[in-house]
Design a protein around this ligand. Structure first.
Ligand code: ZN
Ligand code: ZN
Length: 294
């Protein structure tokens, strides 16, 4: 399993000199499975860069959306494969009868917000709004969980050849109202995963002003990683105001936190170009690739 980050920012793209190190594009993660399948989590602005790589072949693509907020759909009209004749793309979001994310993803290409109409694309795009049923038929194990986020959304855990990763973005571990998924349920969902990608948008000082906005505090995410005994944690969906220097500090704080908890958890700050090679559990590698080399 190869996991590559193409967009790591939350809320809105934030390019510029203060975010150049970790990247300013919004949510998009590519997972290449051993079986050759291509999964894409979210279609934020990072998916444009991923598209440049994906158009080099004609393999089918599966796009799993967490939800339909702008920072998770806005790159879609600029995703090269949708303009490839006959390219098979499956887009998956929603439980039966509630496909809001799919609707907003496609309706942004209405000829008004964007010059090309979603119905004019030459690729073979299929959509599915019955995630649960669809995921059961995939040749790798995929489990879904409800996010604690305004408007709702989905977290996913995938497993192939004994290697597991969880993608949990836009999730508030300690929301003010009754949670869709409790903290203890998250611990079980993430238990022993090889790689946990989790929303870590806020710091303690952002609260209580942003309590209920649907994102987690970095320290809560670190605690979850320890409680669930994950192997590696990637802090993701950075606040658009979070400068590179602050994220460098978070990296140091996190390493110290895990050390003081006698934990062997590998902790990482999500960055564009960061790639995890989890193809063999005993030989997992982490590498950072300059996107210019892609
Ligand atoms: Zn978001
Ligand atoms: Zn959101």
């Amino acid at each position: 399993m190869l996991i590559s980050f193409y967009g790591v920012r939350g809320s809105i793209a934030a390019p510029g000199p203060n975010t150049a190190k970790y990247g300013g594009n919004t949510s998009c993660v590519h997972v290449r499975l051993n079986s050759g399948q291509n999964l894409i989590f979210d279609a934020g602005t990072g998916i444009r860069r991923l598209g440049l790589d994906m158009v080099r072949n004609d393999e089918p693509l599966l796009l799993l959306l967490s939800h339909g907020h702008w920072d998770h759909i806005q790159g879609y009209p600029f995703f090269g494969p949708i303009y490839q004749p006959g390219r098979q793309i499956m887009i998956c979001h929603g439980v039966e009868g509630n496909a809001v994310a799919l609707k907003v993803l496609l309706e942004q290409m209405d000829g008004s917000n964007f010059p090309v109409h979603a119905t004019e694309l030459p690729s073979k795009i299929s959509t599915i709004d019955q995630v649960e049923r669809y995921l059961k038929d995939l040749p790798f194990e995929t489990v879904r969980k409800d996010l604690n986020h305004p408007g709702g959304g989905h977290a996913y855990r995938i497993e192939e050849d004994g290697v597991t990763m969880a993608y949990i973005t836009d999730n508030e571990l300690d929301p003010p109202d009754k949670p869709q998924t409790t903290y203890d349920e998250w611990v079980e969902f993430c238990r022993d995963v090889d790689l946990l990608v989790h929303d870590a948008q806020y710091k303690e000082e952002d609260m209580p002003a942003k309590h209920g906005w649907g994102h987690s505090i970095i320290s809560q995410v670190r605690k979850l990683a320890v409680d669930a005994q994950v192997k590696n944690l990637v802090m993701y969906h950075h606040d658009p105001e979070r400068r590179d220097g602050e994220l460098d500090e978070v990296a140091i704080e996190s390493a110290n936190y895990f050390k003081s908890n006698n934990s062997m958890i590998g902790s990482y700050i999500a960055a564009e170009g960061l790639t995890f090679d989890l193809r063999a559990r005993q030989d997992s590698k982490v590498s950072t690739v300059d996107l210019n080399e892609f």
